[in-house]
Write a protein that binds this ligand. Structure first.
Ligand SMILES: [Zn+2]
Length: 217
């Protein structure tokens, strides 16, 4: 079962309606991940989502819930019961949740909600990073604000950089054995193509020098 599917399981331990942190809720988050019928009690801490206090909370396990609330729809006042919100992946596979403000739904990235609620606003230029490289693991223990550079290094470290997936250079030479060298910018490079380029530039220099000599009277 995917992490997103596991997160969307509603196990019946709904919101307690308390808008502040409530440590100590125990419930089976595991919905069969580690064996059918096995429920593990997991401590889960909830905090209000900044800007949505009193309406929505996010937990340190990466779940989002609405709270019991009364909303005015036109001339009517309607009562809504809080519930665990389903999460859906965006185009990049990152879990999102739909939360309302002023009657308008907004789709928000869950990892940002966790960090905003439990860590605070990011320093300038920082982005949300997943320590284990799994963008569906939105537990607080797996998240941090960090620089875009560190985020890119994470991708390389976890072997998911698009360049690391390539097995051959654009000319079809294998990135393997003695043909695999380090490029001038630190990435992987093809020795065959690099040597061909050096020969080409050498020939061009020789031809230019010869032309300059011939032009000289
Ligand atoms: Zn090559």
């Amino acid at each position: 079962m995917s992490a997103i599917a596991a997160l969307t399981c509603n196990n019946g331990s709904g919101p307690d309606g308390v808008g502040s942190t409530s440590r100590g809720l125990t419930h089976p988050l595991d919905c069969g991940e580690k064996g059918a019928g096995v429920s593990l009690p997991i401590e889960e801490s909830w905090r209000p989502i900044p800007g949505y206090e009193g309406n929505y909370e996010v937990s340190d396990l990466g779940r989002v819930r609405s709270l019991d609330r009364v909303l005015t729809c036109g001339s009517q006042r309607r009562r809504f019961t809080g519930q665990i919100l389903s999460q859906f992946p965006n185009g990049e596979g990152r879990p999102t949740a739909s939360i309302n403000r002023d009657g308008r739904p907004r789709r928000v990235l869950v990892h940002r909600l966790v960090l905003l609620a439990f860590v605070g606003e990011p320093p300038a230029g920082h982005v949300a990073c997943h320590n284990d490289g799994d963008c569906t693991n939105n537990r607080l223990s797996n998240l941090r604000w960090d620089t875009e550079r560190e985020n890119q290094l994470d991708i390389v470290r976890h072997g998911r950089h698009w360049s690391a997936q390539k097995t051959h250079c654009p000319q079809g030479h294998a990135y393997a054995g003695s043909n695999l060298v380090t490029g001038s910018r630190g990435g992987r490079a093809c020795r065959t193509c690099r040597n061909a380029g050096m020969r080409e530039r050498y020939r061009a220099r020789v031809a230019a020098a010869r032309a300059a000599t011939e032009e000289t009277p």
